[in-house]
Design a protein around this ligand. Structure first.
Ligand SMILES: Cc1cc2nc3c(=O)[nH]c(=O)nc-3n(C[C@H](O)[C@H](O)[C@H](O)COP(=O)(O)OP(=O)(O)OC[C@H]3O[C@@H](n4cnc5c(N)ncnc54)[C@H](O)[C@@H]3O)c2cc1C
Length: 371
C-alpha cells in the first residue's frame, strides 16, 4: 500500500516514519518541511495542564502520548542517528501571586487523581531549584519526570529516519486530493503532476482544509492561532530545567537548551494567517521575562518568530478517517501538537495498516463535525 502524507511538520513526519516502520510505502509532500508551527514551537512537555481538567478524552490521549515519549525518542534516535533534543529531567511550575499558587495546588491534586505525582515546592525551594527566579516567587511544583523536546531537533531526526527507512520527500505543494469511484487515488502537485496513492493523510496544519477536490465539509476548517515566541541566548544554559511561570492570570514558559538557548513563549492570538512579529507581542513576552527572571536583561535576542497553531472548530485534535474512503486527517493539535506527536503517529499508522483507530483516539474522528 502506498500512502501520501501531505504536510511535513511534526505530525506528518512522525506519522510517515511510524508507517514506514510498519512496512508501508510512504511519500511526504511538503514544499518546506519543518518550517511552520512545529519550527516555531517551544516543545514544552508538562505532565498535564488546566486545559485538560474537564476533557477526559483529551487527557487520556495526552497521558498516552506522555507515556510513549521516552521509547518513541529512543527508537527514533537509534534509527536516525540524530538527537531529538529530549529532556525529561524535570519541569517546574512556579507561581507569583496567591491565585496562581492556588491554581498550582488544584493542578497538583488533579495530577494525583490521574496517577501523576508532582512535588510541591516552597518559595525557597523554587529559588534553590532555579536561583535566577525573582525573589517574589511564591511557590511551585516540580514534575520530576517531565521536561521538553527541541522540535527542530526532533524534525531533523524524523527526516533522517524517513530517509533511513526508504521514505520519499517531495518538496512541492499538494493542491488537490484526487478521487475516483472507490475513494482517494492520490494528490495533484502544484506542478500539475499527479501522485498516485491508496491512502492520503492530510497533516498540513492550518492549511489542511485548503486542498481542493473534496466535497464541502469533508475536512473541517482548521483555523490558525498565532503564537509569537522568542529565542534568547546566553553563553551557558540560563535555567536548569523547563519552567512555566504563572502570575496575574497569565503564564509564560521558559525552555532552556543545553547550548544556551532560552525559548520564551508564547502569545496566543486569533489573527488569521498574519505572521508579523509585533511590538505588542515582543513587549508582552519581554515584560513577563522581566517579572520572572529580573537578571535576564543581558541575554541576547537571537530570534523573534511566529507560528500558526492548527486549531479545529472545537479546539480538539482531528484524527481518523473521513467520509471519502482512503482519506485520513491528522491535524488540529492546536497548542499541544508536540506533546501529542507519539500518540498521533502511532494511532494514524495503526489506522493505515489495519483500518482501525486505537480506542484512545476514537473520540477525535472527523465524524464529530458531520452533524
Ligand atoms: C509559538 C508556538 C509555541 C508552541 N509551543 C508548543 C509547546 O511548547 N508544546 C507543544 O506540544 N506544542 C506547542 N505548539 C503547538 C505545536 O507546535 C503544533 O500543535 C504542532 O507543531 C502542529 O504540527 P503540524 O505538523 O500539524 O503543523 P505544522 O508544523 O504547521 O506543519 C504543517 C506543514 O504542512 C505543510 N503544508 C501546508 N500546506 C501544504 C500543502 N498544500 N501541501 C503540502 N504541504 C503543505 C507546511 O509547509 C508545514 O510544513 C506551539 C505552537 C506555536 C506556534
Amino acid at each position: 500500500m502506498h500512502a501520501v502524507v501531505v504536510g511535513g511538520g511534526v505530525i506528518g513526519l512522525s506519522v510517515a516514519w511510524r508507517a514506514l516502520e510498519r512496512g508501508l510505502d510512504v511519500t511526504v509532500v511538503d514544499p518546506e518541511p519543518a518550517s511552520q508551527a512545529s519550527h516555531a514551537s517551544a516543545g514544552m512537555l508538562p505532565p498535564a495542564n488546566e486545559l485538560l481538567y474537564k476533557q477526559q478524552d483529551l487527557l487520556r490521549l495526552y497521558l498516552a502520548s506522555r507515556a510513549r515519549y521516552p521509547s518513541f525518542v529512543a527508537e527514533l534516535e537509534e534509527v536516525s542517528g540524530h538527537s531529538a533534543g529530549f529532556r525529561h529531567d524535570g519541569l517546574l511550575d512556579v507561581a507569583f501571586d496567591d491565585e496562581s499558587l492556588a491554581g498550582l495546588d488544584s493542578l497538583r491534586m488533579f495530577l494525583a487523581s490521574v496517577g501523576v505525582s508532582v512535588d510541591p515546592l516552597t518559595a525557597e525551594e523554587c529559588r534553590r531549584e532555579e536561583p535566577r527566579l525573582a525573589p517574589t516567587v511564591r511557590g511551585g511544583l516540580r514534575a520530576p519526570q517531565d521536561g521538553a523536546v527541541n522540535p527542530r531537533d526532533l524534525m531533523t531526526a524524523l527526516t533522517a529516519a524517513l530517509a533511513a527507512r526508504g521514505g520519499r520527500l517531495v518538496r512541492e505543494r499538494a493542491v488537490e486530493v484526487l478521487t475516483g469511484a472507490h475513494g482517494v487515488t492520490g494528490v495533484r502537485l502544484d506542478s500539475g503532476t499527479p501522485l498516485a496513492a491508496d491512502r492520503v493523510v492530510l497533516a498540513a496544519g492550518c492549511w489542511t482544509h485548503r486542498l481542493t477536490g473534496l466535497p464541502r465539509g469533508v475536512v473541517p476548517e482548521i483555523r490558525p492561532v498565532k503564537g509569537q515566541i522568542l529565542r534568547l541566548r546566553s553563553p551557558r544554559p540560563y535555567l536548569r530545567r523547563a519552567t512555566r511561570a504563572l502570575a496575574d492570570g497569565w503564564s509564560v514558559y521558559l525552555v532552556p537548551r543545553h547550548d544556551g538557548e532560552l525559548v520564551v513563549g508564547a502569545t496566543y492570538e486569533e489573527r488569521g494567517y498574519d505572521t508579523a512579529v509585533t511590538v505588542a507581542g515582543l513587549s508582552e513576552l519581554l515584560g513577563k521575562v522581566d517579572r520572572v527572571l529580573p537578571g535576564a536583561g543581558d541575554l541576547h535576542l537571537a530570534e523573534a518568530g511566529v507560528g500558526l497553531r492548527p486549531a479545529a472548530p472545537d479546539d480538539l485534535p482531528v484524527l481518523g478517517t473521513t467520509s471519502v474512503p482512503g482519506l485520513i486527517l491528522a491535524t488540529g493539535h492546536s497548542r499541544i501538537g508536540v506533546q501529542l506527536t507519539p500518540v498521533t503517529a502511532d494511532a494514524i499508522s495503526e489506522l493505515l495498516l489495519t483500518g482501525q483507530l486505537p480506542k484512545v483516539a476514537e473520540p477525535f474522528t472527523p465524524a464529530r463535525f458531520a452533524a
